[in-house]
Each structure stands twice: as C-alpha cells, then as structure tokens.
Design a protein around this ligand. Structure first.
Ligand SMILES: O=P(O)(O)OC[C@H]1O[C@](O)(COP(=O)(O)O)[C@@H](O)[C@@H]1O
Ligand SMILES: [Mn+2]
Length: 639
C-alpha cells in the first residue's frame, strides 16, 4: 500500500494538478480511438542502401497511394508520377526542374503538398503531427494546414504567407520540408526483420538511416549477429565477416568505414597465398576494382577462410555440447593426396590453400597468426563507429518480437520432423521454443557487455547462432562453407534446412508456434525473413493460409538471379496487411529524370472484419495502463 501511494504521489508530481490529470486522460482516450498507425516491415537488406533508402522515401508505395487517393481525377498519371518523385527526392528534383518553375508552380505545389500532409495526418493527433513537423517552418506549416478555404479573409492571409515565403526565396526550403514530412507521415513504425549486414556495399549507411528514423525496431538476422559478435570480442565472428567482405569485394567497409587496419592481414596473406580462382571476389559494376586490388583481396580471402576454419576447429573442440565435431574438416582432410571423406564418400579437394596448415595439428595457429588475430580483434573492439552501430543494433534489436498480435523472427523456431519443438541441450539444461530464443538473447547481451572475453560460452554462442544446428537464426543443419570452396561435387554444398521450413506451410504449425509465444488470436501472423522466396520457381511468400509471411525477396543484388524480384515488404495499416513485391531499383537519377519508381505489385494478405484502432494495438495496451493509473490517481486524490 505504501509503495502504491508512493507511486501515485510521484505520478501526481509529474502532472502537477487534477485538471492536468483529467486532460491527460481525455487526450490518451482520444488517441486510443484513432485508427492504428501504418507499420512497415522490411528484411534482408544486405547492405543495399540505395534500394532501402528509396523504400523509406516512398513508404513501399504508400506515398503513391496517398497521391492517388487525394488527386484521383484531378491530376494525370504523369503529374502524379512527377509529384511522387518530388516527394521522394525533393532536393534533386527541384534542381532538375529549376528552369521550368515559377511562382504559380510554387503556389500550386505547396498547396498539393499541404493537402497530402492533411490527408496523411488524419490518423494522428495534433500534438503528434506537431512533433513530426520540421523545426524551421513548423509555424508556417501549421498555419497552412489549418486554413479554411471558404473564409475569404483567411485565404488572403494564407496567400500572404506563401508570397512572403517566395519573396524571401524560401520556396525550395519549404517544399523540401513538406516533402520530408509526407515521407515521415506515411509510415508510423518500421520493423527490420534482420540481415542488414553482409554482401552489399553500404550496411553502415542503412544503420545511420535507421538511427535517424522516427520509430524502428530490429529483429536480429544471422548476418547481424556476426557483426555484433565481432564487436563483442569473438575472433571467429570477426574472421567470418572479414571472409564474407573479401568474398563480396567489400573490404572497404571494414577498412574505410570502420577504420580497422587490415594491413597486417594483407602483409601476411601476401606472404603465403597466390591467386586462386575459387577465392576471387564476386564483383558487381558498383564494387569492381583494379586487377591488383582483386589479387590482394583473393589472397586475404584465403587467409581469412583458413583462419576461420582453424578457429572453428578450436571452438568445436572446447564446446563438446555444441555437437559439431563433424565440422572439424581441416582435421578430416587427407593431406597426402588432398582428399576428404565425408558421409562415407571420398572427394578430391580443388583450389586448396593449406600453406599454413600443419597436417599433424591442423587447428593450430602459427605464432604469426595468433598475433594477427589478436591485433585485428583489438581493432574491432576499439572501432568507435562499429561500436556506435552495434550498440544501436543491440539496443533496438531482439531475437524476436511480439507486436500488434504478430510474431516477428528472422529465421525460424527450430522444430523436429514431427512438428514438436526441437530442444538444445546445454549446461545441463534443455531449451526449446520461446525459451530457446530467450536463452540466446540473454547470452548475447552478456557477451556484448564483455568484449574483452574471447572464448567464454556466451561469446562462443554468438558463433553458434551463426551456424549451429539449433540456432533460430541459421535454421539449417550445417554450413557448408568449406565444401563450397574446396569440393566440386555440389551434393556436398547442400545445407539441409530445419523441418520448420516445410512445416511452416501448414496452418496448424503456425498456430502452434504462435501460441508458444502467447498469441492466440485469429488475426495473428508469423513474419520471417532469411530465406529468399524464389518467385521465378513459383514460390510464394504467403503461406499457411495467410498466417505465415516470408518477406525475404532478396534485396541482395547477388541473389536477385535466383529470386526474380528485388524484395518484398509488408504494410500493415488499420485496414489490414498488404504484401508488396518490388522490382529491382535502378538509380536515383532514373527516379528524378524519368519519374521511374521501383514498380511494385501489391497483394492483400488479409482484411480484418473490423478496422483496427490504437486501442487494439501493443501501444494501445500501454496507453490503457497509463489511463488506468491516472484513474487510480484521481480516486486517490478524491478520497
Ligand atoms: O553464398 P554466400 O554469400 O557465400 O553465402 C552462403 C551462406 O550464406 C547463408 O545462406 C547464410 O546467409 P543468409 O542468411 O543470407 O541466407 C549460409 O547458409 C550459406 O552458407
Ligand atoms: Mn539470414
């Protein structure tokens, strides 16, 4: 009772008077009755910043939709398209049309943008809208927003405001702010369902954009984990990201973006390795380099791969509970004829680069290698920018999220063939389902808080999350990196998926998993990223009668050949869910010059019988708690 009173006293102090409490209750209740805000789901961005920033700007087609609704028959298709590209890239578009614009254009465009803001903001309270407005013109924009056209005096007053803005040569600045306000209003909250990092060239810019985004959460992907792992002091996670960055010709991210000196690794690699076709980096027109640089990367790629394999053997040996002895492939190699026995079959090894491997003790690092790893590790831990980015990932991220009756997980919930939850036995405990994911998350947070400890169980589990059989992020039996480099026979490259991936087609499996996470409602969904949906082969992202949605359509350019599209995103507004399939993004220039957009195709996932309001959402539940507390406070003050 005393505790309770203390809390109410504090709450009273916060509000200051009975009148304030009453008006706060009224305000919160009003918010509860607004339509639910629009959620935007994206996943598997894989460093493709350009395509991603375009989606943020066009709200996965939502800006266009608002334009169509407001200017239905009033504007032609081309005019709508031009207005859309102005909203997406206002600075560049204004520059492009500089010579064609005059006072009338400014008046008309400002009017159109204000109408769009009004329309897009109809779901928000005035106070929320005010907070969304850019500082420099907030007063002017508010005046424009609340104008009443019928009132002649007022109309003159507003015309005067616009005239003043134009006389002061602030037309462009105002238009730019109005455009960003529209971008900001069409999406209320963003979910990133994992894999921001690896393969593509600019993951750091994606993180910076997310840091500046108004409302976002992240569900970690397996690729994000190895970056978090590197910052958390795992040499093995670090070697994996160096190897993958070399493989995709992106070592610049490590060196230039994060300021980590790779010179010692290069000097070492130059000493032992030659050209090797299997280790030449994959290049795209954007990531191509000189022949000399390609050769350097090829050598570092081999060095990183071999160091990774050695470190893996050491980890697997010290973590018997991971049950991964079969992954000690350097030890399995027959060095007399360069072959390997796997699953009862003998395979010849090609493109090998075992120069620093001692056949009698293959996992042993040379003194030189130990020094290099130690130096690199210190550089990773002390990269200020990397820490800023991984801090953000750890702060905003989780293993999974339950939000507005949906469950968001990057990879899977490991299952047995019969559909039951697959258990991971460790430290005398057995974890499965929700508890397994909670266990992984707790351990990740502990490892991240202790970057100077390099081979404790929490740090080793970070690598397990990347490639362990029971990892909810990996979702496969084993990662066949070694086989893909050194064995030609493709049957050894197959990475068998967890039973989850077949079973998730079935409605009862999804209902079972949702209930494991406390979701029992009719309109709950499970949302995954991680596995590219191969539209080309007729695969569909909507499964289990619409309960299961897979939104990895492959933003990753190197994967677009296999998917046939450039990614899915999901929109969830008060009227239901829509899945959006995107075509590849060409360039910002094309949007500005030709008003070209990522053409997208929308599919309705479902439409609930009743429109959803804030009171039906996760935020609504916490607002209700606040209302209840304030009501308690009123009672307490009265008696
Ligand atoms: O072809 P790459 O880029 O070397 O990567 C292949 C590896 O990436 C993985 O698919 C994991 O990455 P994703 O999460 O993007 O699928 C592994 O299963 C596989 O071994
Ligand atoms: Mn993934």
């Amino acid at each position: 009772m005393i505790e309770q009173n203390k809390y109410l006293d504090l709450l009273y102090k916060q509000h200051g008077s009975k009148e304030n409490i009453i008006s706060e209750i009224i305000n919160l209740k009003a918010i509860q009755n607004l339509p639910k805000g629009t959620e935007h789901f994206v996943s598997d961005l894989h460093g493709e910043f350009n395509a991603f920033q375009h989606l943020l700007r066009n709200g996965s087609g939502n800006v266009k939709e608002k334009i169509n609704e407001v200017f239905n028959n009033e504007l032609t298709h081309d005019e709508k398209q031009t207005l859309a590209s102005l909203i997406y890239y206002p600075e560049q578009k204004l520059k492009h049309i500089e010579k064609q614009i005059n006072t009338d254009w400014y008046r008309q465009t400002i009017d159109q943008l204000v109408r769009l803001i009004k329309f897009s903001a109809s779901k928000y309270t005035r106070s929320k809208l005010r907070k969304s407005l850019p500082k420099r013109f907030s007063y002017i924009i508010e005046e424009l927003l609340y104008q009443v056209k019928s009132n002649a005096d007022k109309e003159e007053y507003y015309n005067q405001i616009i005239s003043d803005v134009l006389t002061l040569k602030q037309g462009n600045a105002l238009i730019i702010d109005l455009c960003y306000t529209i971008q900001r209003l069409v999406v209320d909250h963003l979910h990133v369902v994992g894999d921001i990092y690896d393969r593509g060239p600019e993951p750091d810019k994606i993180i910076d954009a997310l840091i500046n985004y108004h409302s976002v959460d992240i569900q970690w992907g397996n690729h994000d984990i190895i970056w978090i792992g590197a910052a958390a002091g795992s040499p093995l996670c670090m070697m994996n990201i160096i190897r993958i960055s070399a493989r995709y010709n992106n070592l610049d991210i490590i060196e230039d973006t994060y300021g980590i000196n790779l010179r010692p690794l290069l000097t070492y690699a130059e000493k032992y390795y030659l050209d090797n076709p299997m280790f030449r980096p994959k290049t795209t027109p954007e990531t191509t380099s000189s022949n000399e640089e390609i050769l350097e990367t090829t050598k570092m790629h081999q060095a990183a791969a071999i160091l990774q394999f050695k470190l893996e053997e050491q980890l697997v040996s010290r973590r018997q509970e991971f049950n991964m002895d079969h992954r000690k492939l350097l030890t399995t190699v027959d060095y007399t004829d360069l072959s390997i026995h796997l699953k009862g079959k003998k395979y010849a090894l090609t493109n090998t680069c075992f120069m620093t491997v001692d056949p009698n003790n293959p996992a042993k690092l040379t003194v030189e290698e130990e020094e290099i790893i130690e130096r690199l590790m210190q550089n990773f831990i002390h990269s200020e920018k990397l820490k800023r980015h991984t801090d953000f990932l750890v702060k905003k991220g989780n293993m999974y999220l339950v939000y507005n009756d949906n469950l968001l997980i990057h990879g899977c919930v490991p299952l047995n063939q019969d559909g039951s939850l697959k258990a991971f036995h460790i430290n005398g405990h057995s974890y499965k389902g929700k508890y397994l994911l909670d266990f992984f998350e707790t351990s990740l947070r502990r490892a991240y808080a202790n970057p100077h400890s390099h081979n404790d169980i929490d740090t080793d589990l970070l690598w397990y999350l990347w490639s362990g059989e029971n990892s909810s992020l990996f979702g496969k039996k084993e990662m066949t990196t070694f086989e893909r480099y050194f064995i030609e026979d493709k049957e050894t490259h197959v990475e068998e998926k967890n039973a989850y991936y077949k079973l998730r087609e079935r409605q009862e499996t999804i209902a079972f998993i949702l209930s494991e996470f406390g979701l029992h409602k009719e309109d709950s969904h499970l949302i995954n990223g991680h596995t590219p949906v191969k539209e080309i082969k007729g695969e569909t992202p909507i499964k289990a009668g619409g309960k299961m949605l897979v939104i990895d359509g492959g933003f990753s350019k190197p994967y677009q050949k296999t998917t046939g599209i450039a990614g899915y995103t999901l929109l969830y507004n008060s009227y239901g869910m829509q899945l959006v399939a995107h075509k590849p993004f060409s360039s910002i220039e094309d949007v500005i010059l030709q008003n070209d957009d990522i053409a997208s195709i929308k599919r309705i996932v479902d439409r609930p019988v009743e429109r959803k309001y804030v009171r039906d959402t996760t935020i609504g539940a916490s607002l209700q708690e606040q209302i209840n507390d304030l009501n308690k406070l009123l009672n307490y003050l009265t008696y």
